[in-house]
Design a binder for this molecule. Structure first.
Ligand code: SAM
Length: 246
């Protein structure tokens, strides 16, 4: 009886979260939606991301997440921060990368790239304006990719994931962070006109993009216990199977 009540409550909460979420990423015309995203991040919402990293704690905690015990980029020769925004993770990547490694950050919004440029004035990282759905790079050219809080802005997430898989070398690693479809995620989705995703849906997209779900990461032990901080997962590009020789 108690179990039925809990299941009912969970079901109602899921329905409420779904109702609360922005429907724009699914319903808007993809080109118009991309334009809206660019304008949103060119404007005050983009500036606000300089603060949100500290409000959520992600800014200081990212130093631990991207490191030897988390997403380890030692030995990677080419690293991409796809949808780099204000360069929050790019700054850490260029510090953690091996000497001589190429570190690139790309974004759709010129306003965000300018903000990243100011933060990374004396760094070795390159900044490029590019859409993650059509990256200007050849196949299999990156060893590691960070893709933080961008999937939620893609009109067709699977398309973006496939494009990232294309530029990632077989066996290469991808750190994906995205908004989860809980109540907090639904509110975020409303504010930023973006998507919130369930773990099951994300797993399915990753499977279809041939990205292996390697392991989940958490910002801290507290985040893990409370299941907060969105979905943070390390993926691996699936290696093609060697052909059978008779
Ligand atoms: C929430 S911010 C995240 C920025 C950064 N990854 C971080 O976590 O601090 C989302 C960023 O994704 C960028 N973006 C959205 N759609 C994109 C696309 N199709 N291609 C490239 N960048 C995109 C936005 O311009 C914005 O800078």
């Amino acid at each position: 009886m108690a179990e039925t009540k809990t299941a009912k409550r969970r079901h109602l909460l899921r329905r409420f979260n779904r109702w609360l979420q922005s429907k724009l990423p699914e319903r808007a015309d993809p080109a118009q939606y991309n334009q809206l995203v660019r304008e949103t991040y060119d404007g005050p919402a983009g500036w606000f991301t300089l603060i949100t990293g500290y409000l959520t704690g992600h800014e200081p905690l990212a130093k631990r997440l991207i490191g030897p015990k988390g997403f380890d980029i030692r030995g990677c020769k080419r690293i991409l921060d796809a949808g780099t925004g204000n360069g929050r993770y790019l700054r850490i990547l260029q510090r953690r990368a091996d000497p001589g490694a190429l570190v690139v950050g790309c974004d759709l919004s010129l306003g965000m790239l300018r903000r990243a440029g100011k933060r990374l004035r004396h760094s070795r990282a390159f900044l490029v304006q590019a859409d993650v759905n059509r990256l200007p790079y050849p196949d299999a050219c990156f060893d590691a990719i960070v893709f933080g809080w961008v999937l939620e802005h893609l009109p067709q997430p699977l398309l973006g994931l496939r494009e990232l898989a294309r530029v990632l070398r077989p066996g290469g690693k991808l750190l994906l962070m995205t908004t989860e479809d809980n109540t907090l995620g639904a509110i975020t989705s409303r504010v930023y006109h973006c998507r919130a995703t369930s773990r099951a849906q994300l797993r399915e997209w990753c499977r279809q993009a041939e990205l292996l779900w390697h392991r989940e990461l958490w910002w801290s032990r507290l985040h893990q216990v409370l299941r907060l901080g969105g979905i943070v997962v390390e993926l691996r590009r699936i290696k093609a199977e060697a052909p059978d020789h008779d």
